[in-house]
Write a protein that binds this ligand. Sequence first.
Ligand SMILES: C[S@@+](CC[C@H](N)C(=O)[O-])C[C@H]1O[C@@H](n2cnc3c(N)ncnc32)[C@H](O)[C@@H]1O
Length: 242
Amino acid sequence: MKVLLLSKQSKSYIVDTQQKKFSCNQGLIDLTKAKIGRKIKSNTGAEFLVLQPTITDLLRKAGRGPQIIMEKDAAQIAAVTGITNGWKCLDAGSGSGFSALMLGNFVKPSGSVVSYEKLERHHNIAKKNVKYCELEKIIKMRNKPAEQFTEKNLDLILLDMPDADKMVKKCYSALKAGGWLCIYSPHIEQQIKARKQMEKHGFTGIRTFENIQRTWKSLKGFTHPKPSGIVHTGFMTFGRKY
Ligand SMILES: C[S@@+](CC[C@H](N)C(=O)[O-])C[C@H]1O[C@@H](n2cnc3c(N)ncnc32)[C@H](O)[C@@H]1O
């Protein structure tokens, strides 16, 4: 069983309790004594809270390949679409598998995600991450160009790949009535092209977003936004099959 060991200073480790012992720079921990919701001490006296890892905890330790869809954008997808248990989703391209995993976590236990990736090396990274997060029953990975997808009656399609605008017509046919298409891209030109296709092919309520998130820091009573960090990640256009 995977557990999260969380220190008061917010240092965290994901460990498998089957390995019995875990060693880190804060000492050696006897995992046979690890109980979810309890604290445990290393042989040097360092304390950790033992927790069931969430998808977010797991993804922080997962492998990375191409640029991922980040937490703030995944959160917006959930908030706009209302995605929930039981939904049938399609994701492309898989990339590092982060968006597929976020969707898989929202739709479990009875929903599904099929994720398409044309490059074998990205497919392998994404597949490994799906295994690491133990969502293989929910998420099926396909090492194929997304243009070849055959799924029908979908609740949500998320496209994070070049030339997504060329897929809009096919996506419209594959969605159920009221189903959502979300097109994510780093450049506004890609969004303009996608929007035009969505308007042409019968989507309603088309909206484009950019999420700007700033983290603030507080030190000795003085508080301000952190001066650095990623500001622009991408744009997202949402529309619903009418
Ligand atoms: C930015 S990454 C996707 C990241 C992913 N959404 C995540 O959160 O980890 C874009 C991916 O699309 C893949 N790709 C590009 N064209 C594709 C196509 N026609 N079919 C499937 N995958 C494609 C690329 O190889 C790349 O891995």
